[in-house]
Write a protein that binds this ligand. Structure first.
Ligand code: ADP
Ligand code: NA
Length: 345
C-alpha cells in the first residue's frame, strides 16, 4: 500500500473561530500524535481559493499571515507537518488545468453543496444571462482546484466535515478520469470524517457560528483573551428564565451553551446530563462557568499567536512558510513528473 499522506486546507479569511477550531483544526493538531510518524501531514493555507471572491491585496497578505500564525499557535508543529501557502506551489494550479481537461462538467454542476455556494438553486444552464455574466469561471470550477490540492500530493486521506464529502467524491472522480485517460498515477483519497462538533452562533443559536455573521459577539476567535471570551459569553442570547435546563425547542440559547459545554467536557457528558448537573445555577453563574471552560480550552493560544507573529520581527513566519513550501514543492513534483510524462509533455 502507498505511504499514508493526509492533506487538508484552510482559507485565509481571518483568524479562525471556535467552530473552525473544534470542527476542523483541532483534529489537524491531534493527528500529529495519533497517526504513525511515517504518515505525511500536509496543511495548506489555500490562498488560490480565496480569490474566487474579490480580495484586497494588503488584506489577503495579512489574512494569510494571521491564519499561518494561528495554525502554529494552536499547536501545528512545522517539524511534523508541512505548512505552506498554496500559491507557493505552482503545481496546484498546473494540475487543476490538467484535471479540468478530463473532468466532467455535468458531474460538477450536479453537486448540491457547490450549487449552494454559487447561490444556484437550479441547473446552471437555467441561469439567466445576467447571473451567468456575473458568475466568475473560478467560482464555477473551484472544486477542480480542491481536487488538484489533494491529488497533487497523492493524499490517501483527507479530514473533512460532513459538508465537504461531495467535494471529496468529486476529487475521487477526477483521479479516476485522469487514470483512465492516461496512466494510473493518481490516488483516489479516502475521507476521514471529522467528529460532528457543530458550534452554534452565540447570538442566533439556530445558526452555525460563522465568520460571515455581522455581529462580532456571535463568535469566539481562537485568539480571544479570557476577558474577551467572558464578554461574548455573558452577552450570549438567552431567555428570561433565570435558571438552567436543556430544552432546545423552548430554550435554544441556554441549550446551545449546554451543547458547547458538552463538546468541551472532559468527561464527555451529554447536554442533557450537564443541564441536570447545573440546574441549580442562575444564568450569570452558568455563563461564567461556560466562559471559563471555553477559555481553558483555548488556553495560551492568544499569547502564542502574538509571540509567533512578532518573533524575529515577523520573519519567523516567512521562514516557516518558505521551508514548508520547499517540502510541499518536492511532494508535488514527485506526482507531476509522472503526470507530465504520462500526458506527453
Ligand atoms: P465559516 O462558516 O466561518 O465561513 P468555513 O466555511 O471556512 O467557516 O469552514 C472552515 C472549516 O471549519 C470547515 O471544515 C467547517 O466544516 C468548519 N466549521 C466552520 N464553522 C463551523 C462551526 N460553527 N462548527 C463546527 N465546524 C465549523
Ligand atoms: Na461557511
Amino acid at each position: 500500500p502507498p505511504r499514508q499522506v493526509i492533506f487538508s486546507g484552510i482559507q485565509p479569511t481571518g483568524i479562525p473561530h471556535l467552530g473552525n477550531y473544534l470542527g476542523a483544526l483541532k483534529q489537524w493538531v491531534d493527528l500529529q500524535d495519533s497517526v504513525p510518524s511515517e504518515t505525511k501531514l500536509i496543511y495548506s493555507v489555500v490562498d488560490l481559493h480565496a480569490i474566487t471572491v474579490p480580495q484586497d491585496p494588503q488584506r489577503l497578505r495579512q489574512y494569510k499571515r494571521e491564519v499561518l500564525a494561528t495554525l502554529l499557535a494552536i499547536g501545528i508543529r512545522p517539524e511534523r507537518s508541512i505548512l505552506f501557502y498554496q500559491s507557493s506551489v505552482q503545481a496546484h494550479a498546473e494540475l487543476m488545468w490538467i484535471l479540468s481537461c478530463t473532468a466532467s462538467a455535468g458531474y460538477l454542476s450536479r453537486m448540491t453543496q457547490w450549487k449552494s455556494k454559487l447561490s444556484l438553486s437550479e441547473d446552471a444552464n437555467a441561469m439567466d444571462t445576467g447571473s451567468k455574466a456575473k458568475l466568475k469561471l473560478g467560482l464555477f470550477s473551484y472544486p477542480v482546484l480542491q481536487a488538484a490540492d489533494i491529488l497533487v500530493h497523492r493524499a490517501t486521506h483527507v479530514p473533512v466535515g460532513e459538508d465537504q464529502s461531495q467535494h471529496l467524491e468529486f476529487a475521487r472522480e477526477c483521479a479516476t478520469n485522469f487514470n483512465h485517460t492516461y496512466q494510473p498515477h493518481l490516488i483516489a483519497p479516502q475521507t476521514i470524517l471529522s467528529p460532528a462538533k457543530r458550534v452554534m452562533s452565540l447570538q442566533e443559536p439556530h445558526l452555525k457560528m460563522s465568520k460571515s455573521h455581522a455581529n462580532p459577539l456571535s463568535r469566539i476567535l481562537v485568539t480571544d483573551s479570557p476577558q474577551e471570551i467572558k464578554k461574548k459569553v455573558m452577552a450570549a442570547r438567552t431567555d428570561s428564565i433565570n435558571s438552567v435546563s436543556f430544552d432546545p425547542v423552548e430554550r435554544p440559547g441556554v441549550s446551545n451553551l449546554l451543547h458547547l459545554l458538552s463538546i468541551l467536557d472532559k468527561q464527555s457528558r451529554s447536554p442533557e446530563e450537564l443541564g441536570t448537573l447545573h440546574a441549580g445555577l442562575n444564568l450569570k453563574n452558568f455563563k461564567t462557568l461556560v466562559a471559563e471552560t471555553v477559555a481553558e480550552s483555548l488556553d495560551g493560544i492568544g499569547a502564542r499567536y502574538n509571540e509567533v507573529m512578532s518573533r524575529d520581527d515577523g520573519k519567523y513566519l516567512d521562514h516557516v512558510e518558505k521551508k514548508g513550501a520547499e517540502k510541499a514543492r518536492e511532494s508535488a513534483e514527485e506526482t507531476m513528473a509522472l503526470v507530465r510524462e504520462a500526458i506527453g509533455f
